[in-house]
Design a protein around this ligand. Structure first.
Ligand SMILES: [Zn+2]
Length: 274
């Protein structure tokens, strides 16, 4: 038994075939054509899936940029995707391929992949944080993705750490950690000590709320020299949790294929195969 995982990104669609045990059997990448409108980019999604289909594929997992509704499998209105508004992607793919289809946002799926196959193996509650051009999280509580009431939980990038900040986030709010500490902020010349302190203060708050068994940090910024050590040093000072000094803070393990692993992980979970 295996599943097809599809990671719909802003520029590329990555797809792959993953075994029930989490082995990546094949993978591919094609352009997303996201600016070309719905018909063109949806055709690319179909192409990506078809290239990995075979008789023993039991389901399809899809991860995509939010906002989306994971319960109904509906893509709501991702920025930069003209024509992709209230698209019932789950139903469309089920009708086309006659297989179970599961959809979730890319950070949730990546968190589940690290929990199942990566740095979070052996833990039950995992806080996965991705630090790149944006900041997101996958919150795994007691072995399952925490979706919240409306399916939109985990938007940690839009937690404000400075309501007086002059920096207005893309979401319209003021002082969001994503606006202050994402890749775009670094490109604008943000100073490293201040960056890691802000991230550590913010993560300390998340640890106070969630008390995870491990924090896993993925995304391009994990390559910054000394980032994890600085976070490990800062988090305990900004959480009320007295055990935070023993909390593992580790780098993500799945690298560039985390999206495909994540899409496969949500499908395998839904099928009850892991
Ligand atoms: Zn924001």
């Amino acid at each position: 038994m295996k599943v097809v995982g599809v990671d719909i990104g802003r520029t590329k669609i990555a797809a792959g075939c993953v075994s029930g045990g989490g082995a990546l059997l094949a993978s591919s990448r094609i352009p997303a054509l996201s600016a070309e409108g719905f018909e063109m980019s949806f055709a690319q999604v179909l192409r990506a899936i078809e290239s990995h289909l075979s008789a023993d594929v039991a389901g399809i997992g899809v991860c995509a940029p939010g906002p989306l509704d994971p319960r109904r499998g509906v893509i709501l209105n991702p920025p930069g995707w003209p024509g992709w508004r209230d698209i019932p992607l789950g139903d469309l793919l089920r009708e086309k391929f006659g297989l179970p289809v599961v959809i979730d946002n890319d950070a949730n799926a990546a968190g589940l992949a690290e929990f199942r196959f990566g740095a979070g193996r052996g833990f039950r509650s995992v806080l996965y944080i991705t630090l790149s051009t944006g900041i997101g999280a996958g919150i795994i509580l007691d072995g399952a993705i925490y979706h919240g009431r409306t399916g939109l939980a985990g938007e940690v990038g839009h937690v404000s750490v400075d309501y007086r900040s002059q920096v207005i986030c893309g979401c319209g709010s003021r002082g969001c950690i994503e606006a202050l500490c994402s890749g775009a902020a670094i490109a604008a010349g943000y100073e490293f000590d201040e960056l890691t302190r802000r991230l550590g203060v913010w993560m300390g708050g998340l640890v106070s709320v969630l008390d995870p068994e491990i924090v896993i940090v993925g995304g391009g910024l994990t390559n910054l020299d000394g980032l994890l050590d600085r976070l490990r040093a800062t988090i305990p000072a900004y959480t009320v949790n007295p055990y935070a000094s023993t909390l593992p803070v580790e780098a993500a393990a799945l690298g560039g294929e985390v999206g495909v692993y994540g899409a496969a992980a949500i499908a395998l979970d839904a099928l009850g195969r892991v």
